[in-house]
Ligand binder design. Structure first.
Ligand SMILES: [Zn+2]
Length: 231
């Protein structure tokens, strides 16, 4: 019986090989596997790519494009693939980093640069139920907002007194507002250091003004100790 075939002869190398050595191919009605064995087909493909470099490039491009399109229409596939293979995916990434330390360094630099360029800088306020509690500054406002919010939610905020009020008032993430008070244009500053310098000064000014108008803040930095007003 056809279904009992466990071995077949490759039409290229003429060797008898187990079915597992052949690619599955539904078009092959007899046994559902390709006529040539995997080894032969791979050799053939490699040879073809060497003989037709231009066509091979086009094929690769077309394949990349269509698989990209397919993946964008099937996002759950990537998610599922990653869930099933997360350890392997991570291991592959780590392996690549170990094998390509220089390229990885370049990559990270580029990545950080892109992130910095895309992010806004400024002085911000944290509000609990609309009441200002804390003033800070960052060269990556969006990132900083996330840090604060997830800090509170995980009960791991770096400002312990602020975390305590958050817990005491039984607040949730939605009760905390992160609002930009003064935004700065990064392009105007020659270096990150000079921008940070200006940010710190503006932060200090903002804290001073708010404390003077009688608003309690949970700030420690830039208040020179004596202005800490929290109970
Ligand atoms: Zn073969």
């Amino acid at each position: 019986m056809e279904t009992d075939i466990k071995e077949k002869r490759c039409n290229r190398c003429q060797d008898n090989k187990p079915l597992g050595e052949f690619y599955r191919n539904k078009a092959q009605k007899t046994d559902g596997h390709s006529a040539g064995c995997k080894l032969c087909l791979r050799q053939y493909q490699t040879q073809w790519r060497e003989d037709n470099p231009d066509k091979a490039k086009e094929h690769l491009k077309a394949w990349g494009k269509s698989s990209k399109e397919w993946l964008s229409k099937n996002p759950e596939y990537m998610k599922e693939y990653y869930n099933k293979n997360s350890d392997r995916v991570k291991e592959n990434v780590y392996q690549w980093r170990r094998d390509n330390p220089e390229r990885f360094k370049e990559y990270s630099k580029e990545y950080m640069k892109k992130r910095r360029n895309g992010a806004a800088a400024g002085v911000y306020g944290l509000f609990f139920d609309g009441v200002l509690k804390y003033i800070g500054s960052s060269i990556q406002l969006e990132e900083r907002a996330k840090q604060h919010l997830s800090g509170f939610a995980k009960s791991k905020h770096f400002n312990i007194a602020l975390q305590e009020e958050f817990d005491r008032s039984k607040l949730s993430r939605e009760d905390v507002t992160f609002r930009v008070l003064v935004e700065f244009n990064k392009d105007k500053y020659e270096s990150e250091e000079s921008l940070i310098d200006v940010l710190r000064k503006e932060e200090e000014q903002q804290i001073k003004e708010h404390l003077e108008s009688g608003i309690d803040l949970y700030n420690v930095r830039n208040t020179h100790g004596k202005d800490r007003l929290w109970k």
